[in-house]
Design a protein around this ligand. Structure first.
Ligand code: TXA
Ligand code: MG
Length: 413
């Protein structure tokens, strides 16, 4: 019998959050209206925490053990590593517990960095000038010779996803490293994406060393992923840039949806974006999504279910279950409040504790607070979460409903 020992588990790391104050100097474009070169401030002015993170990203690639660094973007927090180093990129898959056949997005600080990786086909030129820097990822061909990207980034595909984030902090970090950063969302695989530094800590404490805290992510859902290398061009994942906006761009009038939400996926359907085939965006609580705005009868829903704590996420039409005056657990600037109350039967007997969140009617606001609300209800111990869907549209609503359909265990009309 073989006596080979299993490999030792990776060491538990001490995870630190380093805050980058909002007023920190992070650089500027060398010439206005050009995305060619992002220029860093003079070295003494660069925030020391940023330098520390860049050093960690650079030096760890030389060792056999490598940990990625979490950083904010305008969409969600990313888990970054030098995209040109196999050792560094493998560290991302290990920390996240991510299947290695799911490719990573490559983040660049400017167009001159991107030009070292690939040439940009004409079809993308106007799209880039309209939406970059911003929540849009484009698929580019991997060059057949002289390719710099580690093979683990592309998971063996002939294309790679590229994105220039609209976060000066992210661009400054990339520019300081001097290499493109491969970065998936910085959640543990299957969990909702992180939109605050503490979300990253919840999922990855002990697995990474550094989290840069640049505040809450403005958009709150991930980038839109498009493939312009095929005809007609395809949206592979709805995200921060709406399909209706993309359709306005020359060459993109006939763009088609290449993704299927779970409710539409039939038996034997082969997903196109590899990310689609995994359970995704899910809190620990069971999520029930109501696609129409039909009111939910929570008391009836819970009959015989035995759930003690019920989360409710409202997006406009549903009436609040908890009065304005009942316990406000958490409220935050520009965010949402969770109100706690009791659901009672006609005799006044408590049926369950209700945790009520109103994300408002503005779909951008819903996108901004969605992942944070799912995580917050988890943290407060919800057993089940009822979510009011938003009306399907070709704007950011498509991303909201796509994420909710993937997070849900059950979808109701
Ligand atoms: O907003 C975002 O895009 C965030 C932030 C951190 O930038 N990143 C992000 O990465 O969401 P991730 O790894 O969680 O999602 C990447 C998505 C996956 O659905 C993956 O399958 C798809 O992009 N993707 C990446 N490269 C691809 C390729 N070559 N072909 C098809 N899909 C690709
Ligand atoms: Mg992700």
């Amino acid at each position: 019998m073989s006596t080979t020992n299993p490999p030792p588990p990776p060491p538990k790391l001490k995870t630190r959050i380093l805050t980058i104050p909002p007023s920190s100097p992070l650089g500027s474009w060398s010439s206005p209206n050009s995305l060619q070169t992002w220029t860093l401030p003079p070295t003494p002015l660069i925030p020391p925490s940023l330098t520390l993170a860049a050093t960690a990203l650079t030096t760890s690639t030389a060792s056999s053990f490598s940990t990625p660094v979490a950083f904010p973007t305008e969409t969600v927090y990313g888990l970054g590593a030098d995209a040109t180093s196999s050792t560094a990129v493998k560290g991302i898959y290990t920390a996240k517990g991510r299947p290695s056949d799911n490719p990573l997005i490559v983040h660049v600080s400017d167009l001159s960095m991107l030009s070292t990786l690939s040439t940009i086909p004409e079809i993308y030129h106007e799209l880039i000038s309209k939406f970059w820097p911003g929540p849009l990822t484009i698929l580019l061909p991997v060059p057949t010779s002289g390719q710099l990207l580690a093979p683990e980034v592309t998971a063996g595909l002939t294309t790679f996803g590229a994105r220039m984030p609209d976060s000066p902090l992210a661009r400054a970090l990339i520019q300081l490293v001097g290499k493109p950063l491969a970065a998936p969302s910085a959640n543990a695989s299957t969990r909702p994406s992180p939109t605050k530094a503490v979300h990253v800590l919840e999922d990855l404490e002990g697995k990474i060393e550094l989290i840069l805290d640049g505040g809450d992510c403005a958009v709150g859902v991930e980038s839109t992923v498009v493939d312009g290398l095929c005809n007609p061009p395809v949206v592979l994942r709805p995200g921060g840039v709406g399909i209706e906006e993309i359709r306005q761009v020359k060459g993109w009038e006939g763009v088609v949806k290449g993704y299927k939400d779970r409710s539409e996926v039939g038996e034997g359907h082969k997903p196109r974006a590899p990310g689609m085939k995994y359970k995704h965006y899910s809190p620990r609580a069971r999520v029930v999504l109501f696609e129409g705005h039909k009111p939910v009868n929570v008391g009836k829903e819970l009959e015989g279910g035995g759930q003690k704590k019920v989360g409710v996420i409202r997006t406009g039409e549903w009436e609040g279950l908890v009065g304005e005056t009942e316990g406000r657990i958490e409220s935050e600037e520009g965010g949402f409040a969770v109100r706690q109350g009791s659901l009672r039967d006609e005799e006044g007997k408590e049926l369950a504790t209700v945790l009520d969140v109103d994300l408002g009617r503005d779909v951008k606001g819903v996108a901004h607070g969605l992942f944070a609300a799912l995580r917050e209800l988890d943290r407060l111990g919800a057993d089940i979460i009822f979510v009011e869907g938003v009306s399907d549209g070709d704007d950011i609503a498509a991303a909201v409903m796509n994420r909710l359909r993937k997070a849900a265990s059950e979808i109701r009309p």
